[in-house]
Design a protein around this ligand. Sequence first.
Ligand code: SIN
Length: 545
Amino acid sequence: MDVKTDFLIIGSGIAGLMFALKTAAVGTVALITKKEAMDSNTNLAQGGIASVFGLADSFNLHIQDTLASGDGLCNQDVVEMVVARGPEMISELMDLGVQFNIRAAGEGSNPNDLDLGREGGHSKNRIVHAKDMTGNAVERVLVEQVKSHPDIELYENHIAIDLITCSTRIKRGMVTTTHEDFCCGAYVLDRNSLEVKTFSSKITLLATGGAGKVYVYTSNPDIATGDGVAMAYRAGATIANMEFVQFHPTCLYHPEAKNFLISEAVRGEGGILKNTAGRAFMGDYDPQKDLACRDVVARAIDTELKKSGEETVFLDISHKSADFTKNRFPNLYEKCLTYGIDMTADPIPVVPAAHYLCGGVATDMAGRTDIQRLYAVGETACTGLHGANRLASNSLLEALVYADASARHAIEDFKQAKSAAIPDPMNWDEVGTTDSDEAIMVSHNWDEIRRLMWHYVGIVRSDKRLARAKRRIDIIQSEIHEYYWDFKVTPDLLELRNIAVVAELIIKCATHRKESRGLHYNLQYPQRDDKRWMKDTVLRRPFVG
Ligand code: SIN
């Protein structure tokens, strides 16, 4: 079955859903998502959306905090645009029906009476939130809107294989592209029927979220396999700053907890990090102590763990009243209880885990990639907002602002593309392939990549570790390549292929940057070097003629 649509959106987080609602005003929209629509990084976002509402706050302060966190690599124009458009985008969400926490009567500190939380690196309270389940509150409303929209067709359980550019001519997405090409859709695998469908589109948006699954310990859901970045790279788009992987300092440490985040908002409300001896240690590392930027806190915990040989540190908010904690963090409280931890009385065991990819598909201020008619938004994109280290709760904000900006441009693009003749893409060709008889290759390499990335390309890196990682990933890549061409595609194989590409890109960028900055720390070059490295790391797939 083939699908023809005006706008093809890949991914159902906040960015994809918002873009769908906006572009459906002018054309038909097909939104594909690889599991259920609610399975996204957005849905798990606990903290909130950073934006300037406080009377004591200002755009300038939010801009300065974002730039400081980004450690010299933010694009100032982008930061200014995103910060300035925040309040308007939050109001839009409220108009759609999203309910954020409001202050109790008489406590109002801003015209909307929004309750504003605090997180690391912010000089003011500015985190708009819905208790400790902000992402879920936003996602629920947007999914409902999308599902009931007559011009949006939602394809759940559909996983994109590769983008189609107008010059695609070799089977199975080994795309040969020149940079004058434009994107005209994607090959997509229906997970239920295992049929590969050709989606042709005038405009395509990558909004596939992050790539936490490249690491063995992550706060991300299973869908976070970097699909958008990998597909864009294979299609010839420019990719930037992949070395800047953000490790969230506090994920629950428990043998049965798969990927449960303990929100930074807990530290924002007074939670204190302690070592096994019960000593608060963040004062040894940064004057902002527990509310230092995330890169600093994650590295401090890593150092504490290496020094002590212990497996975990603790986050203690037991000094606050039980009523306060239960009301402010109902989800965290309940979840911790299921693991036998009462956070109102006991410190919570926590460790850092891979959380957010600051790099991604390079875009301009309208979310355009350097392949025509291909846009990228949200964690998939590298817009210049986050620089070398994302400021907490700036990601949903970025997704909202860029979904809006890119929808505006995409609509203009679409009007021009409407009359242009677009060749029908070739159908998927699986001649000569058979059903896999060696699924062990997929599961073995999946585990190996995630472990090698954790051990060799984690919070603290070195030239030797990076070189080891490169050698391993090259071997794994060639095994995957061989397998991919011989057997019919499966969802697991596609995800493995994507995490391998993303791992390779992270290793390449990390190896290239000979300094330490933001989230990238290399023992051989422990200092920031503005003379040589105040620039993005940019990668493009070598041209295949
Ligand atoms: C958190 O709640 O700590 C996550 C917020 C974020 O990653 O911005």
